[in-house]
Design a binder for this molecule. Structure first.
Ligand code: NAI
Length: 346
């Protein structure tokens, strides 16, 4: 069996066991690099047959051109989102495959974990009781039962989150560019969702259209005391506007697993260092903001599924020259999507 060599960027200790095991049995040799893929590091991929990248690696035009000049034809994203890839430049040069779903439960359950932690002040109680402080003052929360949750994006993760919220007896308002027929879910346009929701959870992709969906204007239209949850992509929210919304008490709490400037910060240990990003530092200092560093996907089940699908994507491309999880900038477009006609993207 011929071995396929894949340069694996932004490798973390939790990635290694599943990918090494999959690679071993299925003939792929991963070369793991701690560093993220970008213009400065792309030369590490020289001599490989493909690259495997994650959410904060950069596949912009210069990186794509350089990979192409090395004879590399495949970039395997080990994630669902692909806002870090210049798909239109990749067209004709680099085949981009992704893992569209690995555990919507992991992300949706983390969104609910953040919400419950925030509104029942679990993070504060945990710190207090560790110091033998058993006072309850300042820990009053509120019931989720009967509250309205606005879910933006009712795809795989949004739907699981909706199911969880229904279990709590919450009313569901939803917005999606392509609404589905979901039992017990009322679809509404964004202005209504913003005006009526006690909690808003973002589960749509980051696109030009959704960039800064939560901004100064939309924050002005929210219900006072609203809780905002973002487990999708950081740039869905204008962080400065969010901070101001929190300072003005318009926003009751924010639960953030993603942050718009996360790429140089998240996944790294900065304890003992000074974090340069003042907005993030200020957000973290707020008593009603909880930040986790893009960990919503991080469950054993999801890691196993990610490794399996990534390896299958690479092998499908190697063996058949096409893969059902390939993406291009024509994807889904009525007239130009070739995959819809069972053809290769290019
Ligand atoms: P999905 O593709 O199943 O669902 C996305 C939904 O958003 C679709 O129903 C789509 O119609 C809708 N949508 C597209 N454009 C929209 C717009 N302009 N306004 C409103 N809705 C729009 O994706 P899935 O698997 O549910 O993932 C959602 C997002 O979660 C991903 O885009 C990714 O950014 C994020 N994610 C975060 C993870 C984490 O660890 N924090 C892990 C996995 C995904």
């Amino acid at each position: 069996m011929q071995t396929t060599r894949i340069a694996f960027f932004d490798a973390k200790p939790y990635d290694l066991p599943a990918f090494e095991a999959q690679g071993k049995v299925r003939g792929i040799e991963f070369k793991f690099f701690d560093t993220q893929l970008n213009r400065d590091t792309v030369d590490l991929a020289k001599g490989s047959d493909g690259v495997c990248v994650f959410v904060n690696d950069t596949l912009d035009a210069p990186v794509i051109d350089r990979l192409h000049s090395f004879g590399i034809r495949i970039a395997a994203l080990r994630c669902a989102g692909y806002n870090n890839v210049d798909l239109s430049h990749a067209f004709g040069r680099l085949h981009v495959v992704r893992v569209p779903a690995y555990s919507p439960y992991a992300v949706a359950e983390h969104a609910m974990a953040l919400l419950l932690t925030s509104i029942r002040r679990v993070h504060k109680a945990y710190n207090r009781t560790r110091e033998f402080n058993f006072s309850l003052s300042g820990l009053t929360g509120f019931d989720l039962h009967g509250k309205t949750v606005g879910v933006v994006g009712t795809g795989r993760i949004g739907r699981v989150f909706i199911d969880i919220c229904r279990g709590f007896g919450m009313k569901i308002l939803a917005y999606d560019k392509f609404p589905a027929d979901l039992e017990g879910v009322t679809y509404a346009e964004l202005p209504r969702l913003f005006a009526e929701s006690d909690i808003i959870s973002l589960h749509c992709p980051l696109t030009e259209e959704t960039h800064h969906l939560i901004n100064r204007d939309t924050i002005g239209s929210l219900k006072k005391g609203v809780v905002i949850i973002n487990t999708s992509r950081g740039a869905l929210i204008d962080s400065e506007a969010l901070l101001d919304g929190i300072k003005s008490r318009k926003i009751g709490a924010a639960c953030l697993d993603v942050y718009e400037e996360e790429s140089d910060i998240f996944f790294h240990d900065f304890s003992g260092h000074i974090v340069e990003d003042d907005t993030l530092a200020r957000l973290i200092s707020m008593p009603n903001v909880i930040v986790t560093s893009h960990q919503a996907f991080l469950t054993e089940e999801a890691l196993k599924n990610i490794a399996e699908t990534t390896v299958s994507n690479i092998l499908a491309f190697q063996e058949r020259g096409m893969c059902e999880n390939e993406l291009c900038y024509h994807c889904g477009k009525q007239d130009s999507c070739r995959k819809k006609r069972q053809e290769r993207c290019f």
